[in-house]
Design a binder for this molecule. Structure first.
Ligand code: PRP
Ligand code: URA
Length: 206
């Protein structure tokens, strides 16, 4: 199920990402700020245990995480969402998943995986700013399910309708969060109007 996050601040940061005049440093900064905002809905399902703490004036009931979530950025572009999530959830662990799209077929090619320990009930959040054809995310969700992850959500910044449909067809059980659903894809599989190549723009690869 897709949730589009409507918030004045997500619109403001997304506009800075879309703007071709935004340089790599500013792009990475706005992406991190967007990630903090996206972390709130994406981590809404975390479970907590009750704890008590002593305030200067007495005892107060509180909460601590029952299980730390795992963040799974899809390299490269997903890296830009990790720090924003860790800003608001420092307990999160990070597994990396390296995928690139073959330029001719647009199919995902896996080149690196680094899964860690999987505690019972560990929720995983896939991070990738761009959901274009949906090939990468469909592969990544399948990979995590095979690794034993049972609680899974995926976060993007911009999605194409084609990509959302493909992921929902393959994995209807996985909640998707995004800031915008754009018009569609061009002949090279880029999102229109999108923001260009999210990896190149945040790392200044040009
Ligand atoms: C981009 C993006 C996604 C993928 C989306 O990665 O970050 O991972 O394309 O496209 P899809 O929905 O059609 O699969 P890319 O392959 O450009 O690698 P990069 O992040 O290393 O630049
Ligand atoms: N990957 C990107 O970085 N941008 C797109 O528009 C599509 C895939």
């Amino acid at each position: 199920m897709l949730t589009v996050i409507h918030h004045p601040l997500t619109r403001v940061h997304l506009t800075r990402l879309r703007d071709r005049a935004t340089d790599a440093e500013a792009f990475a900064r706005h992406l991190r700020l967007l990630a903090r905002l996206l972390a709130f809905p994406a981590l809404q399902g975390l479970t907590v245990n009750p704890v008590e703490v002593e305030t200067p004036l007495g005892r107060a009931e509180g909460a601590e995480l029952a299980v730390a979530p795992v963040l799974v950025p899809i390299l490269r572009a997903g890296l830009g969402l990790v720090d924003g999530f860790r800003d608001v959830c420092p307990e999160a662990r990070v597994w990396h998943l390296g995928l690139y799209r073959d330029h001719a077929t647009l199919s995902p090619v896996p080149y690196y995986t680094a899964p860690g320990r999987l505690d019972a009930g560990t929720p995983a959040i896939l991070l990738d700013p761009m959901l274009a054809t949906g090939g990468s995310l469909t592969y990544a969700i399948g990979y995590l399910k095979q690794a034993g992850v049972r609680q899974l959500a995926a976060v993007s910044v911009i999605a194409a309708p084609e990509g959302v449909a493909a992921v929902e067809r393959a994995h209807p059980d996985v909640p998707l969060y995004t800031c915008a659903v754009d018009r569609g894809l061009d002949e090279r599989g880029y999102i229109l109007p999108g923001l260009g190549d999210a990896g190149d723009r945040q790392f200044g690869t040009w």
